[in-house]
Design a protein around this ligand. Sequence first.
Ligand code: ATP
Length: 446
Amino acid sequence: MAQPDLSKLVSLAKRRGFVFPSSEIYGGIGSSWDYGPLGVELKRNVKEAWWRAMVYERDDVVGLDSAIIQNPQVWVASGHAENFTDPLVECPECRKRFRPDHLDDPTKCPDDSTTLSAPRMFNLMFKTFVGPVEDSANQVWLRPETAQGIFINFDNVLTAMRHKLPFGIAQIGKSFRNEITPGNFIFRTREFEQMEMEFFVKPGEDDYWHRHWIEQRFNWYRDLGIREENLRLRDHDPDELAHYAKATADVEYNFPWGWGELEGIANRTDFDLSQHEAVSGKTMKYFDQEANEHYFPYVIEPAAGADRAALTFMFDAYDEEMAPTGDGKEEVRTVLRFHPDIAPAQVAVLPLSRNAKLTPTARDVHAQVRHVFRSQYDDAQSIGRRYRRQDEIGTPLCVTVDFQTVEEDQAVTIRNRDSMQQHRVPIADLADALRSALRDMGSTRV
Ligand code: ATP
């Protein structure tokens, strides 16, 4: 399968309604993107699959949805106010700014080869003010990660849910980072969604749980169809570790521009809870009844990005192949081979043509199908073009209603996106037939 170059994917994403450049009518704004009708479905499916794996299918993880704007002391305690910085260098000639660790030669401007300024540290948190007075007493930050919202609610969740260690708290939500060099489409933006889980364990059991979560998270991408040869695990070097981490492994994907991080699985030790206890003065310890002692749990954190995952699913699903046109010729067929649990639509219902005889039955069929499956109805243009459109947006199954359906047999044709094989089933058996075809394609959700 051919990986597309980035421009091809960006153009398909716009043409088919996955992702649009934000504020385009005003000339756009650097690295902000809007999810269109199909993109919003794709990202919802990614988040849903994550929540299912992390919360619903486990006994030891619960969910949370904390605020984006928090007391600024949270970021003092977490170390972000002081340490959440990237090195920044500037070109005195063209005034462009860069992250030196993103440059081949960190001393020269990549555009005009002028010698760059010495690096200075730049804090990535967005500042804003609450209320009408813009003074330092009212200054807050937009959260740069969802994790701290979990730590500050550790005791609330513990008291409300009466969990014993080990247990985890999962959260999905927006984070904001004033990245110096955003780019590569939705890979790195200044506003993005994270899917994070903090798993609290007894100190001493942290290495075991770290390995457990590294394996679980790698398998999650693989089981949702990302080809294993495009995935790898990479341990952080000691000098690369975040200020809070004892060890971190990244799940990486082989993007057209090289290997890039999809997710980091970090052993955050007791750093965050002990910091919050020290700064807030409130106890953040866990009482272990069996051992009859109070201690700070250690924390294993799988931290993923919903946008990066959506981008990865698009890249990995992309394929082009030669396919017959029906009149003896061949043409390039573009197909997104999404896993059925990730695909924006699972089924498309297509009357052979827009025709007064076919429409009522096709509408009836769609009414039944949409009840159970994520389904689209399309009767514009020729059937061949509609199949191509569904291939290009990655819909696993098309259901075609033709004249035989209404005149003879009350049966419809199911067409498989990958094999392009077609088979006929009675409308009465359609839901079962679709379910079984989606399962054959890997679905565990129908
Ligand atoms: P990077 O090294 O790429 O800047 P990071 O190590 O700072 O990432 P983490 O703090 O570990 O990232 O965040 C966890 C996950 O959140 C990342 O693996 C990624 O999927 C996502 N993420 C982080 N920053 C961005 C961003 N600017 N745009 C989109 N997703 C992001």
